[in-house]
Design a protein around this ligand. Structure first.
Ligand SMILES: [Fe+2]
Length: 263
C-alpha cells in the first residue's frame, strides 16, 4: 500500500536540488506510514481546504506552502494558538496526514511550479532561463505593456486574481516577459538577459526594494498574488500522482483565501 512516506521518498529521490535532511518537504502531522486510498492536493492548506479534504475522506493532504504560517512549521507558535490550534485539532481528530512538497515541486521540470505557470499564461515560446533555473524568459509578439497586462489579467482569472497590478509606462513596447517561482521572481538577473516585463508575486516584490527600481531600469512589472503563480503547478501534481499510483484517488482542492480588488 502507498503511504505518505513512500510518496515523499519517491519525489525527493528524483530531486538532486533538494537536501533530504533539511528540506521543508516533510510530514507536518499524522502517521506517514498510514496506508492511503485518497489523496488531496492543494496550494495552501487553509482551514476551508482542510475541512473540504476531510469531508472528501482524504487520508493525506499534500500542500505546497506551510500549514501554520511558518516556513519551517517549527513546534510552538501558531500551531498551538488561535486559528492554528483549530487546524491542529481538526487534523488530529481526522487522522488525515499532511505532507508538504515545496522545494521539490518548485523546480520539478515541465509540470512543476514554474513551467506549469508559464503554460497557464500561454507563454510557449521559451527563450532562456536564469543560471539558477528559477526564472525563465519567453517571447511574445511585440505589444504595449498595457495590452500584455490585459492579456495576463484574462489568463489569471481562473487562477484566482480578478485583476493584475502594473508598474511602468503603459505605452512602452514589450516582447520578452519573464516569470519565476513564487517569491523567487525575475529580478535584475532577467533584466540583464533582456527581459522587458517581469511577472512577479507580491510576496517577492517589495515596492521600494524592487518594483520602483525596476521601473527606473525601464521595464514593466506585473504583480500577482503568490497563489496565482503557483496553483497551476500543484494542479499538475494531481496528474503525476495518478500516473505514478493508479490505485490512488487524487483530488485537487482550491479553497484558500483569494484576494479581491475594489475600484
Ligand atoms: Fe511559494
Amino acid at each position: 500500500m502507498t503511504t505518505a512516506n513512500i510518496i515523499r521518498d519517491h519525489v525527493l529521490n528524483k530531486c538532486s536540488w533538494v537536501d533530504k535532511e533539511t528540506t521543508v518537504d516533510s510530514i507536518k502531522i499524522g502517521d506517514g506510514d498510514k496506508p492511503l486510498k485518497k489523496v488531496g492536493v492543494c496550494w495552501y492548506c487553509s482551514i476551508k481546504t482542510i475541512k473540504s479534504a476531510i469531508d472528501a475522506e482524504c487520508d493525506l493532504l499534500i500542500t505546497h506552502e506551510p500549514t501554520w504560517w511558518d516556513h519551517f512549521d517549527s513546534p510552538g507558535g501558531w500551531r498551538d494558538k488561535g486559528p492554528g490550534l483549530k487546524k491542529t485539532k481538526l487534523l488530529e481528530k481526522s487522522g488525515m496526514v499532511v505532507l508538504r512538497l515545496h522545494d521539490s515541486w518548485d523546480r520539478w521540470p515541465k509540470i512543476g511550479i514554474r513551467d506549469s505557470f508559464a503554460k497557464a499564461l500561454g507563454l510557449n515560446n521559451f527563450v532562456l532561463e536564469s543560471d539558477d533555473h528559477w526564472n525563465a524568459m519567453y517571447e511574445v509578439p511585440e505589444q504595449t505593456l498595457k495590452n500584455f497586462a490585459g492579456y495576463v489579467a484574462e489568463k489569471v482569472k481562473p487562477l484566482g486574481d480578478d485583476a493584475v497590478q502594473v508598474i511602468g509606462n503603459p505605452n512602452m513596447k514589450i516582447r520578452y516577459p519573464s516569470i519565476g517561482i513564487g517569491c523567487g521572481g525575475p529580478k535584475d538577473n532577467m533584466i540583464e538577459k533582456g527581459s522587458d516585463v517581469l511577472i512577479m508575486c507580491f510576496d517577492g516584490a517589495s515596492y521600494w526594494r524592487d518594483r520602483d527600481r525596476f521601473a527606473e531600469q525601464g521595464v514593466g512589472v506585473i504583480t500577482l498574488e503568490h497563489g496565482t503563480t503557483e496553483v497551476s503547478g500543484m494542479e499538475a501534481m494531481t496528474g503525476y500522482l495518478k500516473e505514478a499510483w493508479p490505485e490512488l484517488e487524487v483530488q485537487y482542492f482550491d479553497n484558500h483565501w483569494k484576494a479581491w480588488h475594489a475600484n
